[in-house]
Design a protein around this ligand. Sequence first.
Ligand code: ADP
Length: 193
Amino acid sequence: MVRLLVVGPPGAGKGTQAARLAEAYGIPAISTGDIFRANVRDETALGVEAKGFMDRGEYVPDSLTNALVADRLGHEDCAPGFLLDGYPRTVDQVRALDQVLADQGEKLDAVVELTVETEVVVKRILLRAKDSGRSDDADETVIRARLELFARETAPLIEVYGGRGLLVQVDAIGEIADVTDRITGALRQRGIE
Ligand code: ADP
């Protein structure tokens, strides 16, 4: 049973590491970005609403995002725990997640922060754009807007979780498998296997 968050700027490798950690711990990786993209692709009501924000590199409104996550965490597959990738990203989302967990008598075990310099992530995202086909990856202005939004809205959450003693900071530069080993090693030290 383990409940984790993965935080870090766009391009830090959250999705890649989230999938590997989910496999290692036998829990679902829940990516709000992936869920929104699937809804955009399928042209659902949520997707239609989210698309404009995403294309501009803005956050989807908290009301939509919080409802989506609250619903997802109620699914059966989250019984053994979960890993959230890309949520929470605002202080309001932290409060919403606190409430969902409190209602279920649960708490987080750790918050993994992937650290990487801005110029490295800009290069990674532009490279990724060639394969990902993501409209928010191809334009450097949008990428920089996302990074600024992260610094302004999401970086403060790292302090919040640090204050709760949950933060595990990991250098996200290097081979994918090495980064995973660093994360699982740091979590093991906290008794998370
Ligand atoms: P990245 O972190 O690399 O920018 P994601 O795939 O995690 O990419 O998210 C893509 C987009 O989806 C975000 O730029 C945002 O518009 C939307 N999104 C994802 N998660 C959230 C969230 N927790 N709150 C608001 N918007 C979100």
